[in-house]
Design a protein around this ligand. Sequence first.
Ligand SMILES: [Zn+2]
Length: 213
Amino acid sequence: MFIYHIPNFVKKIFPKLIWEVSAEIHQDKYVYFTFDDGPTPEITKFVLDELNKYQAKATFFCIGKNMLENPDIVRDIISQGHSIGNHTMNHLNAWKVPFYRYAENIDQCENEIKQFIKASVGFRPPYGRVSKSLYVDKLITHKYMWTILAGDYRKGNYSKHIIDHCLPNLRPGTIVIFHDSVKSFHNLKVILPAFLAYCQSKQLIPSALPYHD
Ligand SMILES: [Zn+2]
């Protein structure tokens, strides 16, 4: 069984991770769509165009290497009012590499982000894998997990299943993960328009995760 919606007990066990956005920020109207693993030619453009149709804003947790290869797409993301998050330089797995290497890879990605903006909104661990060192590290602030995992990257057509299971759980403060990657596009191209239309019908406003001063 695929877990779309993170159970509350998990959030309680790991309170230092950000699972949803607080009430003072979401103001009972904002939801937060996030796109991991880009920027990706064509696919990120599809996402930006869909978001623009609804005047929706979102956050892109970019892989540094993909930013290096696609600087024009990064500029489009920023100029259209979306925010950028750090997803490591090379999409490392925190359970498989020593922490010093992992932390270095986060810094590399952040330096790439700083070519465009002051700093990222925060960090999201690839694969959602968090090691103990990563969990307790105080230099890496704003560790973003999610409320709802769309699971768009799964092989096969899960679009209807995703829509049926995720939309009823969308409420103010919810953070949703999608992927602007080649691997996810077969599902993403169907579910993203459905999520956006649903938000409009419920007067929920997709908004970008905020930068911190
Ligand atoms: Zn990822």
